[in-house]
Ligand binder design. Structure first.
Ligand code: SF4
Length: 180
């Protein structure tokens, strides 16, 4: 499989990401503790979307999907805040990260049609998710997050030589693509 890391990093930066690095699939550990945090439902999405637990599959089912991959990319968008209460920049950075993610996803899909993209936050394709009454309306567009799969983002970053936190008055959104 064609894989030119330096070229992919360049393309990722062109898509708008602040940081792009290789994601070695053998560093990925799916943790029950992360899924337990989802079940605590502080975000209100647990049991509300196909993209989130339990709708996105059991930890074992997620593990089976991740096992197909050897390598991928970890991507970040970092925003500079005016102060720790600068919610506007936080939201703008999240929106920008999602745009970068979708734009790079479309480019990568041509080379890696069987890739597994894992975003930041829950799926926002539909205003109201069809979960659990009827199947996902747009399975080709629906997006799970790294956390929904049980990844502790901090650990995945650290084990792939990417910072998780860029210091006071910054906000970083992290996602990944498992390519092949
Ligand atoms: S695409 Fe729509 S139906 Fe499917 S998970 Fe996302 S919000 Fe739910």
């Amino acid at each position: 499989m064609e894989y030119n890391l330096e070229l992919l990093k360049e393309e990722g930066k062109k898509a708008g990401f602040t940081h792009v690095n290789e994601l070695k699939a053998d560093t990925i550990v799916l943790m029950k503790e992360v899924r337990d945090m989802c079940a605590a439902n502080t975000c209100g999405q647990y049991g509300a979307k196909w993209s989130c637990p339990p709708g996105c599959g059991s930890l074992e089912e997620c593990q089976q999907k991740v096992r197909h991959y050897k390598t991928g990319l970890i991507v970040q968008t970092v925003g500079e805040l005016e102060d720790s209460m600068d919610y506007e920049t936080m939201m703008d950075t999240e929106k920008a990260h999602k745009e970068h993610f979708m734009s790079f996803l479309n480019a990568l899909k041509e080379k890696y049609p069987d890739m597994l993209p894992l975003g930041a936050g829950c799926c926002t394709v539909c205003k109201t998710c069809s979960y659990p009454d009827s199947p996902c309306r747009y399975p080709e567009k629906a997006m799970c997050s790294m956390e929904a799969y049980g990844m502790l983002v901090n650990q995945v970053c650290k084990d792939n030589q990417v910072a998780y936190n860029y210091g006071p008055n910054t906000i970083a959104y992290t996602s990944c693509y498992l390519l092949f």
